[in-house]
Design a protein around this ligand. Sequence first.
Ligand code: NAD
Length: 478
Amino acid sequence: MTRITVAKGDGIGPEIMDATLEIILAAGAKLEIDEIEVGEKVYLAGNTSGIAAESWDTIRRNKIFLKAPITTPQGGGYKSLNVTTRKFLGLYANVRPCMSLHPFVSTKHPVMDIVIVRENEEDLYAGIEHQQTDEVVQCLKLISRPGCEKIVRYAFEYAKQQNRKKVTCFTKDNIMKQTDGLFHQVFDEIAKEYPEIENEHWIIDIGAAKMADTPEAFDVIVMPNLYGDVLSDVAAQITGSVGLAGSANIGEECSMFEAIHGSAPRRAGQNVANPSGLLQGAIMMLNHIGQTEVAEKVQNAWLKTLEDGIHTYDIFKEGTSKQKVGTKEFAQAVIANLGMKPSILKSVSYANNSALNLPKYKRRAAAKKELVGVDVFVHWAGLDPNELAEKVKSIGTGGIELTMITNRGIKVWPDGFKETFCTDHWRCRFKPKDGASITKQSIVELLKNAIDQNIDSIKTENLYAFDGKAAYSLGQGQ
Ligand code: NAD
């Protein structure tokens, strides 16, 4: 018996959750259920996180959370409960299998069977954003070595367990050499530990195009958070419907299972929604808690039901489908098929599908870190970078001098192009001249001089070398 937390959510949530629980309990799932309230009602009652403190206690005690979609009210500073839950509970791996069910569910990609493993906690989703000038806002993209190692290892261990042949990595490291560069580098390092599994890297843009066009070329795909968010929806949609895919959010201690789609408020209360996405999430949950036989039984009955042409409206197609059913009737049809297997679609065997047991991240020895310069960002509403350079040069101190100015990353001084469009957000790079050195104290002096000269410095970024290697980006065009 496993004690789990269930939230029925908003919109179509309660209907698809009832259907899902009915199916898995009928199949023999041994579950004790604690229900909590999350989502719209909680938000509108004034709790901007969408969940009450005592509900966190339940989730943390039970460790396994099955969650229906929720509605995040627009505006009003409401925080996405999904993002908060993933980060609070350290659910670093988001696993989304996307498989086509040809010829029973209409799709342009009859042999597609891919699993997207998405990093779930960092990247641009760290949610660290600031407005810095009248014209410019920024969002910090944070990529960490532990974040990369954990997700990449998860992808390879998952591939090994599931007998999959290849793991592909998608990044944009031709542009983001530090952040996506680290993700790619860690991928290459860890891939070497799995010689039996093929590995490859694609630049995300052409990789995404290839995935949408020829998904059969891929098997497991691992990627940073934002790309994974976008592409897992694309992958689910091209199997035939977003209503068919489930998702597992896995952490070292806790996990959350859900459908990938939202609360579809316009379909709520009409007994029309497809419960398959949440059911897929629940099947991943059953595997995770070791109830693999029940998971297998439910999956085979679900495949058989789809094969029988018993379809909800979202996948119903005249000619292929046999019967259009509502949420409840679909659940009853799956229950009636428990113990049966599909005859055309491939039946599943989940004997080895329990939770993966991954090693804990081990911090490496610290590198030799040396301060080699500083970028001082300045809010300035002028137009001519040469004029700014003259102003800013005067804050240099102790042999530390202005070496470059960029605007939105492109070098505008020295030797900029007059065609380059400039905003009011300037990066002024200071470095020590030959023989001089830079310390934190010199940065304080630079900033003090900026105040004295009436220069509006808005932030600084220290430039470091790690083990003698420069660890910051050059200006574009530098
Ligand atoms: P959505 O996924 O709810 O709906 C998109 C489209 O797919 C709609 O046409 C809908 O009718 C259809 N659809 C979705 N699930 C279906 C199902 N099970 N059966 C049949 N048809 C289905 O996306 P949206 O409309 O952009 O978002 C609605 C709300 O859901 C928003 O408040 C959003 O914040 C929230 N949302 C929640 C989650 C989550 O809780 N995990 C995820 C995404 C969106």
